[in-house]
Design a protein around this ligand. Structure first.
Ligand code: SF4
Length: 435
């Protein structure tokens, strides 16, 4: 059963009398267990839907609808499938105490892997799950592989009962499922021969393995389970040598790079990042692979469209790892807009100085970074705020922005804010700029 949270106006569901709180129980005789069942079983044009209305009445709806016409319901969020592993490097284990509860949920859910690109280890898959993945063709999946040699993977996931990932992937790919793989590399555990073997095994899946990301283990000052070595520059260089060697082979044989070092790996190694073309369709940009190059490309190709903004003083808050890359971008933007930028590299007070990513800065960091600044505008990393407008430390963006005497805007790529001056200038000033 799934429960309706919202009914879209003028939709089929509204016409049927479905209301928020209605339980959707079966479609064409098949039980609805979650959003996937609802999504896939309602793909037909003729439907018999069994439901229970909020007043307790059981009803049967018979629906005939045009192809692709949406039913028009939002469902309550699914119960997340929890992770059965206990990786020493788990980011959740590296969170400080006292944050809001949902942040501590260790999800390992193939459904979210398909629907939202969350990485899943597949270690909690049952036969029934395989059947659903194959029946509904949940492809591509995003799989935390980490290591293909079974023993090494058991150690990495800290779970002696973890299934053999190669056998699992064979079962899925034989049924036409494709996947993106991720290798979080922990020095001493899955570098060297384990990494080489893993890439060899993944390569053998051919086109079914669409891409592989190599990500350095990321630890915070609270990563209490971790007993191994952390990533350092020589190790990052070595990993890039491996990923680029495989990427050269993939380029030659398959026409795309296939395996990518994450941006963080390049930054740790002190190496120049590849150009945007290297990443093709940016298959793992959400995983921090190619996002710097994508940003550079976006600024390069859109800076000329920005208006002249004059002597505006703009503060740019970022994490310590991105800070060295910013001057080049800000110089380009200053050249076309006339803006005077102040780069504000900010340490992470919640996770500690080893966490250098801009997107993990918390509200307190932003407040500290902007305190006592004389600015006309501040840009902060948009990734620091969730869809409810809240930072990781529960500070609300709306409260934070009101505490400054200048506008504060979340920005993904500068162009999104500087290109729309009416967002931060008075109406009259924006009209003058637009002219
Ligand atoms: S698979 Fe490992 S890293 Fe992912 S949530 Fe589970 S314990 Fe954490």
């Amino acid at each position: 059963m799934v429960r309706v949270s919202r009914v879209h106006p003028d939709s089929i569901a509204a016409e049927l009398g479905i209301e928020p709180g209605t339980e959707l129980r079966s479609v064409n005789g098949r039980e609805i267990a979650d959003f996937l069942d609802w999504e896939f079983l309602t793909a037909d044009e003729e439907l018999v839907i069994e439901a229970r209305l909020p007043n307790g009445d059981d009803v049967v709806f018979e629906v005939e609808r045009a192809e692709r016409e949406a039913m028009g319901v939002d469902l309550e969020p699914p119960t997340i499938r929890r992770c059965a592993n206990r990786c020493e490097f788990c980011f959740i284990e590296g969170l400080p105490k006292g944050l809001r509860k949902p942040l501590y949920i260790r999800d390992d859910d193939y459904r979210l892997s398909f629907a939202y690109g969350n990485f899943a280890t597949l270690s909690n898959l049952k036969d029934r799950d395989f059947e659903r993945i194959l029946e509904y063709r949940l492809s591509p999946l995003y799989v935390s592989v980490h290591a293909t040699p079974w023993e090494a993977r058991k150690v990495l996931l800290n779970n002696p009962r973890v299934p053999d990932i190669v056998a699992q992937l064979k079962r899925l790919t034989a049924g036409g499922i494709q996947f993106h793989g991720q290798m979080v590399v922990v020095p001493g555990l899955n570098d060297g021969v384990v990494l080489e073997q893993s890439l060899t095994d993944l390569w053998a899946f051919g086109d079914a393995c669409i891409s592989v990301a190599m990500v350095p283990v990321g630890l915070t000052q609270f990563s209490h389970l971790f007993t191994g070595r952390s990533m350092d520059r020589p190790m990052a260089l070595k990993l890039l040598e491996t990923s680029e060697r495989w990427a050269d082979r993939a380029m030659a044989e398959r026409g795309h790079a296939w395996v990518f070092g994450s941006d963080e790996l390049y930054l740790l190694a002190g190496r120049e990042l590849p150009p945007a073309e290297y990443y093709g369709e940016f298959p793992q940009i959400e995983n921090g692979v190619g996002s710097v190059s994508a940003l550079r490309e976006r600024v390069r190709s859109h800076a000329d469209e920005l208006p002249w903004l004059g002597q505006l003083r703009v503060g740019v808050v970022t994490g310590t790892s991105m800070a060295p890359l910013m001057p080049e971008l800000l110089d380009q933007l200053a050249g076309v807009t006339g803006v005077e930028f102040t780069l504000i590299a900010t340490e992470n007070s919640m996770f500690g100085p080893t966490t250098t990513t801009a997107g993990l800065l918390v509200g307190a960091d932003i407040s500290r970074a902007l305190a006592d600044r004389q600015l006309d505008l501040a840009l902060i990393p948009a990734e620091t705020i969730n869809e409810s407008g809240v930072f990781l430390d529960d500070v609300r963006f709306d409260d934070l922005r009101k505490s400054f005497g200048f506008p504060v805007h979340p920005s993904y790529d500068f162009i999104d804010v500087l290109g729309e001056p009416e967002q931060f200038l008075s109406r009259e000033a924006a009209i003058v700029v637009a002219r």
